[in-house]
Design a protein. Structure first.
Length: 165
């Protein structure tokens, strides 16, 4: 089953409140948010990370932060007690997420991909993300996302720099 179909089946099966939004093919959070008409902060930025635990053990994390933030790689490394962290290769990210780059869902359907979301995700009323496709997004009620995805919540976003006038 395609990842898109699996997602829609999950949402429908549980009566989640969502809308499909068709748009030109785009995977960059800042650009696709404009096409969808949502604030970048209301998007889910999803990154697959590789965390090395010593020389022989590797874990993969699906990190989810608000769209206007960046993932704090050091925080993810510390969270898992890792010795090294980086973005997973596109091939590994696609295999574990079932999605091509730019369309990774804030859901994990793979047992080897641990879902970790920053607590700031809870503050968003409606979460926007590409629906495992570059040309279609979903606006999903965050309460439904939290109930269905059941992410582990940890502070994994980079701190924002203070802006001085």
């Amino acid at each position: 089953m395609e990842t898109y179909d699996r997602l829609i089946e999950l949402l429908d099966e549980h009566g989640a409140e969502y809308r499909l939004i068709d748009h030109p093919a785009e995977g960059r959070t800042e650009v696709v948010s404009g096409l969808r008409g949502n604030a970048v902060a209301d998007a889910a930025k999803c990154m697959v990370l590789m965390v090395k635990l010593g020389k022989k053990v590797t874990r993969y994390v699906l990190a989810v932060v608000p769209g206007d933030r960046k993932v704090d790689l050091a925080a993810v490394r510390a969270l898992l007690g890792g010795t090294y962290v980086s973005f997973a290769s596109p091939e590994i990210a696609e295999r574990l997420s079932g999605c091509v780059a730019g369309t990774i869902l804030p859901f994990s359907f793979h047992e080897d991909l641990q879902l970790v979301a920053d607590p700031a995700i809870r503050e968003i009323d409606e979460l926007y993300f590409n629906a495992a496709r570059l040309d279609r997004s979903i606006a999903l009620r965050t309460a439904d996302y939290l109930a269905l995805a059941k992410p582990r919540f940890e502070p994994i976003q980079q701190r924002q720099e203070a802006v001085c006038d």
